[in-house]
Design a protein around this ligand. Structure first.
Ligand SMILES: C[S@@+](CC[C@H](N)C(=O)[O-])C[C@H]1O[C@@H](n2cnc3c(N)ncnc32)[C@H](O)[C@@H]1O
Length: 267
């Protein structure tokens, strides 16, 4: 009976919706008090919530990997060092004139992207700003640019997509990013720096690097750099300005195996 209750709570879509509304702040604000005064039914409820969130974020492996990276960020690890290294390449060097960047999911205003001096400005946003230099904002709610000057030459989206709770919302985020990128015409820089926990592309039942590249290509992104570190994968994409309309990428099993996580991005 308890098992059934737990499974129902986890599966129940209204519960998931309620859960979704606080999911973004859960990492920072929600604390579950578990002690011996707690009724068994409450304990089951909390357990179902935690497990549901872990599942939505791609499973325990992805979740733990992401947490590690988040903590590494606070300790001084900075994924944008890889971005800056790539931007020093001949391919990009000549394209740095008056270029702007948007960092989605910014933990520190002192990241290499902000301090490298390559960008005339870096707009930093996060759902939970931890610094006055970081605007507290949900990228999905950020007003769409009304003209080219409100767009950016580069968008950094490092370890953020895996925090978005559902596969379709992850696809929506990638699609929305294209609306914030400057037009690549006349050779001006129009690029996306993407970082994901490695298990998202190496150990998911529903996703892998090929699938990611197919989705990115349908949105007009061409990979220029890729690096696979121990726990995370980094990509740099150039945008060609053409978002395909007809292509869809539904959730389907690509790899079987009980040890795999459920991470997925759909369009
Ligand atoms: C694991 S941290 C990664 C931080 C940093 N970019 C890094 O690479 O270490 C993920 C961050 O993304 C932020 N985030 C998730 N969804 C977001 C959204 N829709 N808009 C803005 N920030 C978001 C979270 O608040 C969190 O601070």
């Amino acid at each position: 009976m308890d098992d059934e209750n737990y499974n129902n709570l986890k599966r129940d879509s209204s519960y998931q919706t309620e859960f979704k509304n606080f999911k973004v702040s859960a990492k920072f604000n929600d604390i579950y008090r578990i002690d011996n005064t707690l009724a068994k039914s409450e304990l089951i409820k909390i357990l179902a919530r935690i497990d549901s969130e872990i599942e939505q974020r791609g499973g325990i492996e992805v979740y733990q990997s992401a947490s590690t990276q988040g903590q590494a960020g606070k300790r001084g690890g900075d994924s944008s060092k890889k971005l800056v290294e790539w931007l020093q390449d001949e391919k990009y060097k000549s394209r740095f004139q008056n270029v702007t960047a948007l960092e989605i999911g910014c933990l520190s205003p002192y990241n290499a992207i902000s301090t490298c001096g390559l960008f005339t400005s870096v707009c930093k946003i996060d759902l939970n700003s931890q610094d006055t230099a970081i605007i507290q904002q949900d990228f999905m709610q950020r007003p769409l640019p009304t003209n080219e000057s409100e767009k950016f030459n580069l968008i950094s989206c490092s370890l953020v997509i895996n925090f978005v709770p559902s596969h379709n919302e992850r696809g929506d985020m990638l699609k929305r990013i294209t609306k914030f990128l400057k037009s690549p015409k006349n050779g001006s820089l129009s690029s996306l720096f993407l970082v994901l926990p490695l298990p998202c592309v190496t150990n998911s039942r529903y996703f892998d690097n090929d699938r990611l590249l197919q989705i990115m290509s349908s949105l007009g992104f061409i990979q220029t750099f890729f690096y696979e570190a121990k726990k995370v994968a980094y990509w740099l994409f150039d945008w060609n300005g053409r978002v395909g309309k007809a292509l869809t990428f539904p959730k389907k099993e690509l790899h079987s195996g009980s040890q795999r996580n459920n991470f997925c991005i759909t369009l």
